[in-house]
Design a protein around this ligand. Sequence first.
Ligand SMILES: [Zn+2]
Ligand SMILES: [Zn+2]
Length: 351
Amino acid sequence: MISYEITAFNEPLVRAERLAPTPTGTEVLVRVLAAGVCHTDVHTRSGSYDLGGGNALRMNERGIALPLTLGHEIAGEAVQGGEQVAASVLGKRYLVYPWIGCGGCEVCLAGQENMCAQPRSLGIFRAGGYSDHVLVPDSRYLIPIPDLAPEAAAPLACSGLTTYSALKKINPQTLARTPVVLIGAGGLGLMCIKLVKALGGRGALVLDINQDRLSAAAEAGALAVFDTSQPGVADAIRTAAGGAILSVIDFVGSVQTVELGMSLLSKGGKIQIVGLAGGEMRLPLPMLPLRALSIEGCYVGSLQELRELVELARAVRLTPVPTICRHLHEAEASLNDLEAGKITGRIVLKP
Ligand SMILES: [Zn+2]
Ligand SMILES: [Zn+2]
């Protein structure tokens, strides 16, 4: 088994060759067919999140142990199962739900494993998909994708699920009647534009600072796109909205983008912060009650939501975001390209 793993934070990934694990009990060994490269992987390799004010949240404080094989957007074929795995599971193609919890706490039992305090997420706390094989703890985390291409399905597990879950946290009437403002037209932003439409939303106003990404957003079906490096952009966005702005989703999550997003909100509006660019912000507290604003943090989504999303992707024939397929051995270069802002759409690694 060949894997690309972090052996030291803030250092290049290392190629590792070892025997593939033998599944026991409920475990399933999946042969990886496609693994998406996510910005979270760039953060994990760096070893910390920027908390602002010179402070950082270190990955080892989050319980991330090395060596770690990255990759949480995984599609593949089940090739071997433990003694409790039904034979009918094997030989088929699946999207893997990676946001696995302890399985035993109240939160997990309520179906919110992505919110578990003892996470076992693949590619973050356990070996992930930057490999030719990955061990999945239970077949219930495998969602059949008989009619989806692995490279199109893989990004659904993070960029798709995160945006789907965020959109579901917006009142459906609000989504149908008012445009949602999306900050950042990377892999998540582009996916979100498509999902806004698939969920019957009015549409997306998309903000970025990169012309290629803005063009991709326009192509993906944005109502309008805005270069936030230009002066007077906030007024232009309000004009294009043609009414109240009640929903902003920030896929960047920097001080500048959150401040811009908050300034755009009408009374009663909500900003959802998804991105982890980092920093800290000052907030005039009376403005929250006076303007009835909400700030919500979003972290991926539940297993049930991923099942719904795969169903939706099939039903509406969701076209994938622009996908760049690369060989697994380009994992390190792919993280570097993503970090440098050179990528439009999603890189998918294939062994
Ligand atoms: Zn991700
Ligand atoms: Zn749990």
